[in-house]
Design a protein around this ligand. Structure first.
Ligand code: NI
Length: 169
């Protein structure tokens, strides 16, 4: 069974801390596997398109992402981003900053390397919303929120709120 956990909302110190790497031994533990299941459940229940472990109060380098048909579901452990290419500015929300959106510049494409939930090496190339979502979630692991880098942070207006809710990592 998977359970939706409480999402930590800013301000909370855990959202601003650098999360710790997960060891392969730790990854195999039932507790960690349950955490990953629960992170998916929490993200879908929100609803959102991505979630990082610190957002449920766990300071570990684990993210889950699912941006639609061709964009997941992915669980990436100890994700590292490389090969940034292009640039795009778009309005972005965050489940830990409810009701707000801001314009964030992100690379249009990037490569994500890390481990899957079974500890196997994983490399993905991502573009557009998927790439944006990976960048947003890896920022969470480094204690960085959209409020640290967004311009024009504003209340999400209803139409934007609906979209931000649908697209909130
Ligand atoms: Ni977020």
């Amino acid at each position: 069974m998977a359970y939706a956990r409480r999402i930590i909302v800013d301000p909370d110190p855990i959202l601003h801390k650098v999360a710790k790497k997960v060891t392969t031994l730790e990854l195999k533990m039932p507790l960690t596997q349950q955490l990953i299941d629960d992170m998916f459940e929490t993200m879908y229940a929100a609803p959102g398109i991505g979630l990082a472990a610190p957002q449920v109060g766990i300071g570990k380098r684990i993210i889950v992402v699912h941006v639609g048909e061709d964009g997941g579901p992915y669980a990436v452990i100890n994700p590292v981003l490389t090969d940034f290419d292009g640039e795009e500015t778009a309005a972005e929300g965050c489940l830990s900053i409810p009701g707000k959106v801001g314009d964030v510049v992100r690379a249009l494409r990037c490569t994500v390397a890390g481990l899957d939930r079974k500890g196997k090496k994983l490399t993905l190339t991502a573009e557009g919303l998927l790439a944006r979502c990976f960048q947003h979630e890896v920022d969470h692991l480094d204690g960085v929120l959209i409020t640290d880098k967004a311009t024009n942070i504003r209340d999400a207006v209803p139409v934007e709120a609906a979209q931000a809710a649908a697209e909130s990592p």
